[in-house]
Design a binder for this molecule. Structure first.
Ligand code: HEM
Length: 486
């Protein structure tokens, strides 16, 4: 890969271009905190391979094609089928995602299969359509409203703790967290008023399973800029399971319009009532359905894998886990956490933030430039692909001290964190609408489990991060789970 960087010096890998910043890896300081174990990472690209070599690499793990220099330099530019720029610079992120975001719509490839099957959903729409829907939906996801949605989170966390009580031997934590996050998102999205889902689970589960295991996979073709009409495996058509989910959602919406929910509220109720404050416009049934299914997909696996990675990292660092568990026990004893406990679980929040730094669930973002611009000192032309690898940004040696270590304390004072260097939920107008939802759910789940159980590593090989649809561990995470004494 021939990398160019904005000014002076030379790229240490390719010898091309240059970088304005001296890579700075803060050496352990005398009297500073003791070093910790290295969190598992992915092998990045250290020299320019042939196109075939690149394809072979990425078939294993798309993360392997992020250039290693992206851990040291702000921008790496090159050309494959199109010109592209790998941006690993807070100012560059700010330009693309915030100050000039209208110039950088999501690439068609970034929307993947969702663009075909949920075409009216917030994740894939752009321009004025996106603007009014986002205005209409923002209040449902505002912290005050999310607080009303937390009871199903507490119930799902309690059920997860109860399931673990019966286990002997290592536990498949990846599976447990998928189950917990699924219970939360389905019960809140399609709330039936009595704590369950108005769409039968035997309709929801197969559709989500199919999406996660096949349809939604990121292909290297997406990143290389092959047009969307080049067939990708598993993307040929809408799968019957997804059609069944759409039908189930349609039925639930029709029923709810007839008979409003007087019990525990859910997103379905909030979206039916949602209106654009500027125009009073409300969503059609088709828009409602595409959005509710978008929430299921966007809010399920992202949260589940972050929870599993967090428990893995806490098992890797027992002292850190002991501190998080002490906090949970102080606040909860052995009961399950509620939304009201969340502000008192500061260290668990830090641990979750730090886990999303090391393993951001959506680790690479794609945008396409529509007009000429300048980003991080580099001229951008219309049609250029902007690749924003948050995975590399979060481990960049210029911006993070000891970037490969799990150190929740770095999030103790959020004012010290550069908003454009830490982007698990992205930033700017298209920031994740479910960020507060995800934080509440994750803190409630982690605190409930840590108060009751100690998690430790097994003798299985360490999981490595792998980009498939999201940043998954390359193998399920298994941990020993034992009751915590007194
Ligand atoms: C740890 C959990 C989560 C993470 C890390 C996460 C991350 C993200 C990121 C990075 C984006 C921006 C994507 C892009 O620009 O291409 C995004 C968008 C979005 N997320 Fe999340 N998300 C999480 C949980 C949730 C939940 C729980 C929901 C809903 C209940 C949700 C709904 C959405 C939606 C609808 C969008 C599109 C917003 C827009 O374009 O206006 N997410 N998420």
């Amino acid at each position: 890969m021939s990398a160019t960087t904005p000014s002076g010096g030379r790229c240490p890998v390719t010898g091309h271009g240059g970088g304005p910043q001296t890579p700075h890896q803060t050496p352990p300081q005398k009297g500073g905190p003791a070093p910790r174990k290295k969190a598992p990472d992915a092998e990045l690209l250290s020299k320019r391979p042939s196109l075939l070599g690149l394809i072979r690499l990425a078939r294993g793990n798309v993360l392997n094609v992020i250039p290693h220099v992206a851990l040291y330099y702000p921008i790496v530019s090159d050309r494959l089928l199109r010109r592209f720029h790998v941006i690993v610079d807070p100012e560059g992120n700010k330009r693309v995602l915030k100050t000039n975001f209208a110039n950088y719509p999501k690439s068609p490839e970034a929307k993947g299969v969702l663009a075909k099957v949920l075409k009216r959903g917030l994740f894939v729409i752009d321009g004025d359509e996106w603007r009014w829907q986002r205005r209409a939906m923002n209040p449902a996801f505002a912290p005050r409203n999310v607080a009303r949605l937390t009871p199903p989170m507490t119930r799902a966390a309690r059920e997860a703790a109860e399931r673990l009580a019966d286990r002997e031997g290592p536990v498949n934590i990846s599976w447990e967290m998928m189950k917990t996050a699924f219970d939360v998102i389905v019960r809140i999205t399609f709330a039936d008023g009595e704590g369950e889902s108005a769409v039968p689970l035997d309709v929801v589960s197969p559709a989500i399973d199919h999406y996660l295991s096949d349809t939604g996979k990121v292909s290297l073709l997406d990143y290389l800029g092959f047009p969307a009409w080049v067939p990708r495996p598993g993307r040929m058509r809408t799968h019957p399971t997804l059609q069944a989910l759409k039908d189930g959602a349609d039925a639930a919406i029709a029923e709810r319009r007839q008979k409003p929910n007087t019990g525990e509220p859910g997103l379905i109720d909030m979206l039916i009532d949602a209106e654009d404050p500027q125009t009073g416009r409300r969503m059609t049934d088709a828009e409602l359905r595409d959005n509710l299914i978008t929430f299921l997909i966007a809010g399920h696996e992202t949260t589940a894998i972050s929870l599993a990675w967090t428990l893995y990292l806490l098992a890797l660092e027992p002292e850190t886990q002991a501190r998080a568990a002490a906090e949970a026990r102080d606040v909860l004893g052995e009961r399950a956490a509620t939304g009201e406990d969340v502000p008192h679980l500061a260290y668990i929040r830090q641990a979750f933030c730090e886990s999303m730094r090391l393993y951001p669930p959506i680790p690479v973002h794609l945008r396409t430039a529509t007009a000429a611009d300048e980003v991080s000192g580099t001229g951008i032309r219309p049609g250029d692909t902007m690749i924003l690898p948050f995975y590399a940004m979060h481990r960049h040696h210029q911006h993070w001290n000891r970037p490969d270590e799990f150190r929740p304390e770095r999030f103790a004072d959020m004012t010290k964190i550069d908003r454009f260097a830490y982007l698990p939920f992205s930033v700017g107008p298209r920031v994740c609408i479910g960020a507060d939802f995800a934080m509440q759910e994750s803190i409630i789940t982690l605190a409930t489990l840590l108060a009751r159980y100690r998690f430790s590593l097994t003798d299985r090989p360490a999981p490595k991060p792998k980009l498939i649809l999201t940043l998954r561990p390359d193998r399920d995470i298994w941990l020993e789970v034992r009751p915590r004494e007194g």
